[in-house]
Design a protein around this ligand. Structure first.
Ligand SMILES: O=C(CO)COP(=O)(O)O
Length: 122
């Protein structure tokens, strides 16, 4: 089954929820995983079933990165906050890097996220 990670920084979580609701019928055909708080909000505010990793600052980005390195993920939607520094910036960079190492589809804004979600559909 296609496995997709959904991640958003705090300022971008409302955008991700809205995106998930808009694409809910497609997303529910995927095996979904998210960082901790993002996953909690997706569970509470959408009808989607989402596996939750640790919160991003506590290692969640690295846990998602480990799945990329293991070849377990087909795509990642990661809505970063481009206007605020994050305390766990090294973890974020590591996740972006490992996606490039393994040529894993990565969308960091809403416009590309729609392409990714539709593009992974079979
Ligand atoms: O910080 C994050 C990604 O870098 C997201 O983590 P949360 O989903 O736990 O807020």
């Amino acid at each position: 089954m296609t496995r997709v990670a959904l991640i958003a920084h705090d300022e971008k979580k409302p955008d991700l929820i809205e995106f998930a609701l808009r694409h809910e019928s497609q997303l529910e055909t995927y095996d979904l995983v998210a960082t901790g708080t993002t996953g909690q909000r997706l569970r509470e505010e959408t009808g989607l079933e989402v596996e939750r990793k640790e919160s991003g600052p506590l290692g969640g980005d690295l846990m998602i990165g480990a799945e990329v390195a293991s070849g377990n993920l087909d795509g990642i939607v990661f809505l970063r906050d481009p206007l605020r520094a994050q305390p766990h910036e090294p973890d974020i960079s590591a996740l972006l890097r490992i996606c490039d190492v393994h040529d894993t589809a990565l969308a960091t804004n809403l416009a590309s996220a729609a392409f990714l979600i539709e593009g992974l559909a079979d």
